[in-house]
Design a binder for this molecule. Structure first.
Ligand SMILES: C[S@@+](CC[C@H](N)C(=O)[O-])C[C@H]1O[C@@H](n2cnc3c(N)ncnc32)[C@H](O)[C@@H]1O
Length: 233
């Protein structure tokens, strides 16, 4: 559904992460990395290729983690099927070199309070000098008219369109319309879910409040925020 082969998506995320993390050429085993909302693992495998080991992939979708495991081979990747907000429950404090929450995963949390709580857990879980990378879409500015219809994917057997309904100030209702070809017929699958409208200035301030030094950039069409946890004194 991404319109790009798996390996090309991993390579794209590797470029984004190398730029964000600036690993030194001499580094070999870069230590523990955690991918929050890993989905099928584009960032998980990018982190593994950069040299992080092990990489912990956390997602609430068993189906997506199965897809990730199908690509895993002998890579030092571990999966946890669970709620990423419970990070403190499955990783010890001050153990991770890098934590990422990418591909618009952070907007799946229920409200700004949940985002602030996650930021605190992430700051606790990183070692001093560790890095947190977010990539997401800032939907705080309302999109109107035909711009609310977003073509996501199309091939000879599937067509997916997304419709954004800006019905609340804090969230947007995302409607996914997926047409699947079945012989001569097209079958429509409809679903919807809410995403948070997180202004980038608010998110950056929230990261600063828990102690990160933050740099903004782009991750393809998404915004990228890189938070550095200060070294211990
Ligand atoms: C938009 S996808 C991004 C996946 C992947 N990072 C990527 O870039 O392709 C969001 C992912 O977060 C997962 N997710 C959403 N809320 C979650 C939660 N509370 N705990 C764990 N995973 C969650 C979903 O199952 C989904 O795989």
């Amino acid at each position: 559904m991404f319109g790009t082969p798996f390996a090309a998506k991993v390579a794209e995320q590797k470029t984004i992460l190398e730029d964000a993390l600036q690993p030194t050429a001499a580094s070999r085993d870069l230590g523990l990395a955690i991918d929050l909302g890993s989905g099928s693992g584009f960032q998980t495998f990018a982190l593994s290729e950069i040299g992080y080991s092990p990489v912990l992939a956390v997602d609430s979708s068993e189906a997506l983690l199965k897809e990730l495991q199908a690509h895993q081979g002998s890579r030092p990747v571990q999966t946890i099927c669970g709620d990423l907000s419970k990070l403190n429950g499955f990783v010890s404090p001050a153990t991770a070199q890098v934590i990422v929450c990418m591909g618009d995963t952070i907007t799946h949390l229920s409200n700004e309070g949940a985002v602030e709580e996650l930021l605190r857990s992430v700051a606790d879980t990183l070692i001093p000098g560790g890095t947190f990378v977010i990539s997401y879409r800032d939907l705080s500015v309302e999109v109107t008219g035909l711009d609310r219809f977003i073509p996501v994917y199309a091939d000879e057997g599937k067509v997916m369109t997304c419709f954004l309904e800006f019905d609340r100030p804090d969230t947007v209702l995302v409607h996914d319309l997926l047409y699947n070809r079945e012989g001569q017929q097209w079958r429509l699958e409809k679903s919807n879910y809410r995403k948070l409208r997180l202004p980038v200035d608010w998110l950056e301030d929230a990261m600063v409040r828990v102690g990160f030094k933050v740099h903004r950039g782009q991750a393809g069409r998404l915004l990228r925020l890189v938070g550095h946890k200060p070294q211990a004194r």
